[in-house]
Design a protein around this ligand. Structure first.
Ligand SMILES: *Cc1c(COP(=O)(O)O)cnc(C)c1O
Length: 456
């Protein structure tokens, strides 16, 4: 048996606890507000949507939160995930950089998302929940929750953003294979969906709309709860297994990252790989430079406003302070569907405000170009979302070449692109356009931000 196999079979290497960065922040992130009272939300406000265990994780200040055994047992199927040194890519780029990537595409659903889907399904089942309702963009989250629901005997209903529903029928088939019901959003099944359709019958949908539909359905029934695949503190928490494993793996490689790169939709896979390293830095360890890469067509971190906003279009969620393009903003229909969200995780936004992370934005053809270069060197087809991280990492490696310095670059290859081959077909056919968001719509969406009184 070779060393990699032995390493992968050693279950003791799977982390026993998630890492909670809230324990190490120099100042806490702003409170989540109730939109009616403008006062901080309490656990009882969130109880209709989430089980108490997850609400507690949302506000916990404990540094380590134990991973329950049943969740770890499921993680064992694909964790520890591999950390690769991209030697052939380094050679192709003629860079002195040392490029490492953590590969989350080995999970059953093909991305990092089952790391939190399994945990959320577990806590919901413990709380007696029978049905989970959620949204999905490209279908990664929907299929991850469908998979997790099937393991824990929970029914799953998924509102899938209309453009992706039409573009990615295989993701839908995967959700149905796991036993979930998948509905195109906006749909006629909710008031939020019907309101949107009344204004525009061919609306392409957005994550903000799909979230409204899912929250609306979940709030109506005692035995039904809502699950979110990104953005929230507990989701980012569950993803930290990625970075904790990477720390141990790099220690074996006797290296430490100078730069960490991740793509950001709602910020969860980015947080997953970055937070454990930032935590070490905040506790006096080595400093890392952190780069969040987002799509130029939906640039919340680089172009959004840091303000209180709703997480959904119909304004059913609490208000969180985050980098936002405005909750009514509909991003154009580019291929990285998982990155088409108007807001950014409050914790990731807060870290940018504190100057602990930086962000940059790329158009999609530059990202696909990087993804193809990566696939030709390393053999793995990245998801269109992951191509943003690949682009960012390659540009860091090129900088090393130009400056003649060898830096260690770590990036998260958050998912494979096996269900996204139409995007690659379009790219090879020269049909991929670098879409820009509509300036007027952005201005309107930002003008519509809720006004929140400054805290005394
Ligand atoms: C969902 C998804 C994303 C975006 O979500 P984050 O919370 O920002 O990680 C990125 N990549 C893949 C492969 C996804 O499935």
């Amino acid at each position: 048996m070779n060393d990699t196999v032995k390493y992968l079979l050693d279950e003791s290497r799977i982390p026993k606890a998630w890492y909670n960065i809230q324990a190490d922040l120099p100042q806490p992130a702003p409170a989540v507000l109730h939109p009616g009272t403008m006062k901080p939300v309490g656990p009882e406000d969130l109880a209709p949507l989430f089980p108490m265990a997850l609400i507690q994780q949302e506000v916990s200040l404990e540094r380590e939160i134990e991973i329950p055994d049943p969740v770890r047992d499921v993680y064992k199927q694909w964790r520890v995930t591999p950390l690769y040194r991209a030697r052939r890519l380094e050679k192709a780029l003629q860079t002195p950089a040392r490029i490492y990537y953590k590969y989350e595409g080995v999970s059953p659903a093909g991305s990092h998302k089952p790391n939190t889907a399994v945990a959320q399904a577990f806590y919901n089942r413990e709380a007696g929940v029978r049905k989970l309702v959620t949204e999905t963009g490209a279908g990664q989250w929907g299929s991850s929750l469908a998979f997790a629901g099937s393991l824990f005997g929970i029914d799953v209903q998924v509102f899938m953003v209309r453009v992706s529903y039409d573009q990615k029928p295989y993701r839908r088939a995967l959700m149905e294979t796991y036993g979930a019901r998948c509905v195109a959003s906006p749909s006629g099944e909710t008031q939020s969906g019907r309101n949107i359709l009344a204004k525009r019958a061919d609306h392409p949908g957005s994550l903000g709309i799909a979230i409204s539909e899912a929250v609306e359905v979940a709030a109506q029934r005692e035995d039904t709860k809502y699950a979110l695949g990104s953005v929230l503190n507990h989701v980012l928490l569950h993803q930290t297994v990625i970075g904790i494993e990477a720390q141990a793996q790099l220690e074996l490689a006797d290296d430490y990252p100078d730069v960490i790169v991740g793509c950001t939709g709602g910020g969860s896979n980015f947080a997953g790989i970055v937070f454990p390293f930032l935590g070490a830095q905040l506790r006096g360890g080595k400093t890392v430079r952190v780069v969040a890469v987002e799509p130029a067509a939906c640039p919340s971190l680089t172009r959004g406003r840091y303000a209180y906003d709703f997480g959904d279009t119909a304004h059913l969620t609490p208000l969180t302070k985050m980098h936002t393009l405005g909750s009514t903003f509909t991003p154009p229909g580019f291929h990285a569907g998982g990155l088409r969200y108007h807001g950014m995780a409050p914790l990731v936004s807060h870290l940018q405000e504190l100057g602990l992370i930086t962000s940059t934005a790329y158009h999609q053809t530059a990202c696909f170009e990087a993804g193809v270069q990566f696939a030709r060197a390393e053999g793995i087809m990245p998801a269109p979302e992951a191509n943003h991280a690949v682009r960012g990492a390659i540009d860091e490696a090129i900088k090393c070449r130009e400056e003649g310095v060898s830096r260690a670059i770590l990036f998260n290859l958050c998912g494979h692109g096996h269900f996204d081959m139409q995007a690659y077909i379009d790219y090879f056919g020269g049909k991929l356009k670098d879409v820009d968001y509509d300036q007027a719509e952005l201005a309107m969406a930002l003008a519509g931000l809720p006004s929140v009184p400054e805290p005394a």
